[in-house]
Design a protein around this ligand. Structure first.
Ligand SMILES: NC(=O)c1ccc[n+]([C@@H]2O[C@H](COP(=O)([O-])OP(=O)(O)OC[C@H]3O[C@@H](n4cnc5c(N)ncnc54)[C@H](OP(=O)(O)O)[C@@H]3O)[C@@H](O)[C@H]2O)c1
Length: 255
């Protein structure tokens, strides 16, 4: 069965599916026939635009507001899918912050928030959907990790710690939620430049992998690779769980 056939009609909740990498993932899944509910926190215009794009191409989508810091928001997002779609087949968690910090003195640090929104909140999102995913018969969860989870970024101690926790959460949730729900992760390297990251430095980071410049001739390729990895975990035979796939041009493999 192709991934297009396997995803057709699947009701997928994409936290943070409104912009950037989450948008690319939501659009890719929608193109393959999935019924997308995406969430945004502040960027309502992006959520509306992404839903409009999916609808304009004949797909099915809706959006909800959700701050992952709020358990009530997470529960509401899950409930919205159940009410409007009658069930839920998969959850993908893309929403995350990318904030520096953690190595400064404890007073005044944002580290607890960074740890919560990047590590504990994705776990909460998976757990909030647990009953619905168990009921659907082929439940799937995909969490977005980060190269930082295995190779800490200088200046981003809390973010890196949180992403390392996501890697462990994938394994832990896979055990906790088995056998009904498969839980896997995708850990991108430098695939999509944050708006505030200087272009030249980003190009330098992207070339720091064994595949080098050759892999980057098509600038869309890294994002496409992430989308393909997410789609794989949402459609693979039910014998793969607890795995995190690095999508980083091999950078995490290189010392
Ligand atoms: N981009 C890359 O190259 C790269 C590299 C490694 C890993 N990743 C991972 O891939 C995923 C997507 O990356 P990205 O670069 O597209 O993400 P991003 O631009 O850093 O963030 C995407 C969105 O997440 C939302 N968000 C942040 N905190 C939130 C919260 N507490 N509750 C709800 N939403 C929240 C924000 O939405 P609003 O604007 O609506 O507030 C933000 O625009 C993340 O997990 C990221 O860590 C990306």
């Amino acid at each position: 069965m192709s991934s297009r056939e396997a995803l057709a009609g699947k009701r997928i909740l994409v936290f943070g599916g409104h912009r950037r990498l989450g948008r690319a993932i939501a659009l890719d899944l929608a193109r393959k026939g999935a019924d997308i509910t995406l969430t945004c926190r502040h960027s309502v215009g992006d959520a509306e635009a992404t839903v409009a794009t999916i609808l304009a191409t004949g797909g099915s989508a809706q959006w909800r507001r959700c701050d992952l810091a709020s358990h009530a928001d997470i529960a509401d997002a899950v409930a919205a899918v159940l009410t409007s779609r009658g069930g839920l087949d998969a959850v993908v968690v893309c929403a995350a912050s990318y904030r520096p910090g953690g190595a400064e003195p404890a007073a005044g640090t944002d580290a607890p928030e960074i740890l919560h929104e990047n590590a504990w909140a994705p776990v909460q999102a998976a757990l909030a959907a647990r009953a619905a995913l168990q009921a659907c018969g082929d439940g799937r969860v995909v969490l977005l990790g980060d190269l930082a989870g295995v190779r800490p970024y200088r200046g981003y101690l809390a973010h890196s710690m949180a992403k390392a926790a996501v890697h462990h959460a994938v394994a832990g949730l896979a055990v906790e939620l088995a056998p009904e729900i498969l839980v896997n992760g995708v850990a991108p390297g430098a695939v999509l430049r944050p708006d505030d990251h200087p272009e030249q430095d980003w190009a330098r980071l992207q070339r720091k992998n064994p595949l080098g410049a050759a892999a980057l001739q098509d600038p869309e390729l890294p994002v496409r690779a992430v989308c393909a990895a997410v789609a794989f975990f949402l459609t693979c035979p039910r014998f793969v769980t607890g795995q995190v796939l690095a999508v980083d041009g091999g950078r995490s493999a290189q010392w």
